[in-house]
Design a protein around this ligand. Structure first.
Ligand code: AMP
Length: 280
């Protein structure tokens, strides 16, 4: 495979996508914030079903509600480009802040309902930032399909809603969560964990699996949730933003496992916020 072309300007991206569309080729886009791992690469693999593939790398300041988090977010562009070289990727689109949000930028895309709970409640403004940048990336890339991970399940629901509501002609494709061997969901933020914290991190997925098992055996979130929270705190997590059972389709709250339930968690370990979700 040849190394993908790095594109930094919207004009250059538009020239390429116009050419592809004229030739009747389908375009897949994989939006990321970089620090690529096997989870991202699984989306790229799925996108290879399209004739052309664009991977975007943009650490979007609008979706960070904490300046330290934005500052510390890992940035590994050279390694990312090297990882993509073994895939059928045509373009790595790496716009800078001024390209995405030029002087005078004043539009905010806000998806209602789905963004009121979970990470939307814990991180004010986060999903407006996501929706705004994703709407731009959908329009900029002119893609037919966009690939997102179930790792960020609420985000997947939000961007699906966004495309539908704004009549953006793009199909949002959800892809399963890729995990480390010890069960920890892969995440760019895992790079921020010290060796000591990295050893503790898989407890989140382990506790969630146990809660899911308890729910399948007829337990309730009221009981299982409190025990799980105590286990996480005893295991070194400093706080739990949420551990909730919700409907996978509309994210409404549930107490007992009936069909379509999904367990969602966000918890802090040594200053790093980890999120995960699994089907129950
Ligand atoms: P991010 O770079 O964290 O914004 O993630 C970019 C895309 O990769 C999003 O659609 C994520 O849901 C997806 N992603 C991140 N981690 C994983 C994972 N472990 N498995 C599958 N997809 C993932």
């Amino acid at each position: 495979m040849t190394a993908p072309r790095i594109v930094r300007s919207l004009a250059e991206l538009r020239a390429l996508t116009a050419q592809w569309r004229r030739a009747g080729e389908t375009i897949g886009v994989v939006p990321t914030m970089g620090a690529l791992h096997q989870g991202h690469l699984s989306l790229v693999r799925a996108a290879e079903e399209c004739d052309r593939v664009i991977v975007t790398i943009f650490v979007n300041p609008k979706q960070f509600n904490n300046p330290d988090d934005l500052e510390n977010y890992p940035r590994t562009e050279e390694e990312d480009a090297a990882k993509l070289a073994s895939f059928k990727v045509d373009v790595v689109y790496v716009p800078d802040g001024d390209t995405m949000y030029p002087q005078g930028f004043a539009t905010n895309v806000s998806v209602g309902g789905l963004t009121e709970m979970l990470c939307g409640a814990a991180r004010p403004g986060h999903f407006d930032g996501v929706a705004t940048v994703v709407a731009k990336l959908f329009l900029q890339s002119q893609a037919d399909r966009a690939y997102f991970g179930e790792k960020d399940y609420q985000q997947l629901q939000v961007v699906t809603r966004l495309a539908k509501d704004l009549d953006i002609p793009i199909e949002v494709v959800g892809c399963p969560t890729i995990r480390e061997e010890d069960g920890l969901a892969m995440s760019s933020r895992n790079l921020l964990l010290s060796d000591r914290s990295r050893i503790k991190a898989p407890l989140l997925a382990e506790v969630m699996e146990d809660v899911a098992e308890g729910l399948r055996s007829g337990g309730t979130m009221a009981d299982l949730g409190a025990q799980a929270q105590a286990r996480l705190l005893a295991g070194g997590f400093t706080s739990v933003d949420y551990l909730e059972l919700r409907h996978g389709s509309d994210l409404t709250l549930m107490n007992e496992a009936t069909s379509g339930g999904r367990l969602f968690a966000a918890a802090w370990l040594a200053g790093v916020r980890l999120i995960d979700n699994i089907a129950v």
